[in-house]
Structures are given as structure tokens and as C-alpha cells.
Design a protein around this ligand. Structure first.
Ligand code: PEP
Ligand code: MN
Length: 338
């Protein structure tokens, strides 16, 4: 940690800071310039409280040297991690596409959706049984019945299932129903108690980016999960809220290379919740693959006009199939495969 003293800081103030460094079991290195004194704290900087040092008399500012997110940082794990979901690698050379409806509605809808996911060549399936809706009067998901329909349809095609967990109290049920990948939705990215709980299980977690979350807040949320022992975390960029109102959210393509540099964990993109319209999904999905995403999470419904949730942004099975064909060529151009 680097502590920069104010111009004209007194010897007593400098000694005060050094005293705090010693108290934490670290050593100091003083650099006295013509105007400023800079104090380096040498040792485990997690033992020092930057906010406490910052309010000491004579201190101008305090800068950390190491990252506050340790387990998820690429510094501690230079090679990219591959997370296996029932044998399917996420984060390696192959790009994985997770397709399926926004929400689980009926047994028949799930059967048709699973067939569409299979025909398109996707290897994992999505579907929400518990839905975070803006209105309390909107369809909230089928709940446990939805998990049943989902498993039934997906198992026929041997698809691992991806579904959102909103409430800590449902975690045991998710384990009982053998959910393969637990999705933590945008609205729960900073639900720290939920993050701690999914940190205790051994299921892969898709951690969606909060509506207005910074990259560092997102990394810290992943660190919450990792600190509990579960290192199987997949980041999912799903668009962020900005001043723009012409589309649902802004897909932050920039976040892809930035995250790939900051963390060793896989990064996938959800183009559906970003654009919010089906016609935008192909362009955004293609951009994500070109920018280095390890996978995509795409909403597809057997009959989008009749979808109970997010009807505007769902692709038809045919549209998903067509999109998958174009993604193969882009993947190849960036040295990946589909
Ligand atoms: C979803 O994937 O169905 C969903 C609700 O996404 P988000 O949390 O990104 O809004
Ligand atoms: Mn949705």
C-alpha cells in the first residue's frame, strides 16, 4: 500500500502513519521528496485498512497495490479456467451457446423449446422457473413445477440446465432437482447473503452483471462466491443501464476484453436482455463472439408471440438455428470453434 502525505505534513504525522503500519505487522519504506513524503507499507496489505489510514492527520491519499479480489483475479491464476458442466467445457477453445425460453411455461412449450435448442446445435439449455419481474402482478414463474417440466424436457436431449435462483431458501430444492448451473440474476448481483450461500455448493454459477454495476463491483461479487469455496463462476454481461432509451440496455462489449484480462474465469454474453428486441440479438451475439466471449445465453421460444415473459426479445427456433451458423464462422476467425 502507498500512503501519500499532504504537502507540509509534519514529522509527528508521518510517525503516526508509520505507527499504524507497524501495528498491522508491516514494515515501512519512506521516500522523502522536496515537497511530498510517500510511505510504502511492505507486507500483507489486507491487514491495513485504507479508509482508516486516509483519515489520519497529514494523509493526502492511500492507494492499494494488489487487487482486492484475489481468487478470481488473473494475477493468481494466469491461465484461463475451464469450467465443466456435465463434461461440457466453458472457457476453453470452444464457444458454448445456452439457448431456451425466458421462462418455463408449460410441459409442451418446454418440449418444443428443447427440440429447438437441439436442432440449432446448442449444448446447454436455459429457462426460468423463478422470475424476477418488475411488477408484482406479472407472471412470477411456475416455481418448483417449472423445475420439473424443465428437467423432464432437457433430460431427453441430455442438456444440462441453467436456471435462476432468487431466494436462498430455494437452494436445497435446486440441489434436489439437480440444477446443473445456478444463475444469479442481474438484480441479485449484490445480494451478498445469496452469493455466500452459492459459494458453499459445488455447482457452477452464472453471475450476471448488475443493472448499473461497475466491473470492480462485479468482480468483488464473484469473489464473495469464490471465498466460500466455489470457484466455478461464469461471468455474464447482459447489458447495462445508461442514458439511452432506444433499446433495453447497452451491451457493454468493452467489458469482455477487460474481464478476460482481470479474471481467469469464463465470460459469456446475454444479447437478449441487452437489446431487448429479437432483431438485435444476431448482431449483438456476433459482436460478443468477435470480442472474445466464451459463450452466449440466448432466449428462444417455440412461439415468441405467445411467450409469457420477454416475448419481444425471443428468437424463433429457426432464427436461433440460422444465428448459430453465422457464429461458427466468426468463432473460427478469432481462433475458436462452436
Ligand atoms: C434472465 O436471464 O431471464 C434474466 C431475468 O436476466 P437478468 O437477470 O439479466 O435481467
Ligand atoms: Mn428474460
Amino acid at each position: 500500500m502507498i500512503i501519500v502525505m499532504q504537502t507540509g505534513a509534519t514529522e509527528a504525522q508521518i510517525n503516526g502513519v508509520v505507527g499504524e503500519i507497524h501495528k498491522a505487522g508491516l514494515r515501512e519504506h519512506l521516500s522523502r521528496g522536496a515537497e511530498l513524503t510517500i510511505i510504502g507499507a511492505i507486507g500483507d496489505e489486507d491487514k491495513l485498512d485504507a479508509a482508516h489510514l486516509e483519515i489520519l492527520p497529514g494523509v493526502a491519499r492511500v492507494n492499494r497495490i494488489t487487487k482486492p479480489y484475489k481468487i478470481v483475479s488473473r494475477d493468481t491464476h494466469p491461465d484461463g479456467s475451464i469450467i465443466r458442466v456435465r463434461g461440457i467445457p466453458i472457457g476453453g477453445e470452444q464457444i458454448q451457446v445456452i439457448g431456451g425460453p425466458c421462462s418455463v411455461e408449460t410441459e409442451e412449450q418446454m418440449e418444443l423449446a428443447a427440440q429447438g435448442v437441439a436442432d440449432a446445435g446448442c449444448r446447454l439449455m436455459r429457462g426460468g422457473a423463478f422470475k424476477p419481474r418488475t411488477s408484482p402482478y406479472a407472471f412470477q414463474g411456475l416455481g418448483v413445477q417449472g423445475l420439473e417440466y424443465f428437467q423432464h424436457a432437457a433430460r431427453k436431449h441430455n442438456f444440462p440446465i441453467v436456471t435462476e435462483l432468487m431466494d436462498v431458501r430455494m437452494l436445497d430444492t435446486f440441489m434436489e432437482y439437480d440444477v446443473d448451473v445456478i444463475q444469479i440474476g442481474a438484480r441479485n448481483m449484490q445480494n451478498f447473503d445469496l452469493l455466500k450461500e452459492v459459494g458453499r455448493v459445488n455447482k457452477p454459477i452464472i453471475l450476471k452483471r448488475g443493472l448499473s454495476a461497475t466491473i470492480s463491483e462485479w468482480l468483488m461479487s464473484a469473489e464473495y462466491i469464490a471465498a466460500g469455496g466455489n470457484h466455478n463462476i461464469i461471468f455474464c454481461e447482459r447489458g447495462i443501464r445508461t442514458f439511452e432509451t432506444a433499446y433495453r440496455n447497452v451491451l457493454d462489449v468493452t467489458a469482455i476484453p477487460v474481464l478476460k484480462r482481470e479474471t481467469h474465469l469464463p465470460v459469456i454474453v446475454d444479447p437478449s436482455h441487452a437489446g431487448g428486441k429479437a432483431w438485435m440479438v444476431p448482431a449483438l451475439a456476433q459482436a460478443a463472439v468477435a470480442a472474445g466471449a466464451d459463450g452466449l445465453l440466448i432466449e428462444m421460444h417455440p412461439n415468441p408471440c405467445e411467450a409469457w415473459c420477454d416475448a419481444d426479445q425471443a428468437l424463433t427456433p429457426e432464427e436461433l438455428k440460422k444465428l448459430m451458423k453465422t457464429l461458427g464462422a466468426i468463432a473460427q476467425a478469432v481462433g475458436r470453434s462452436l
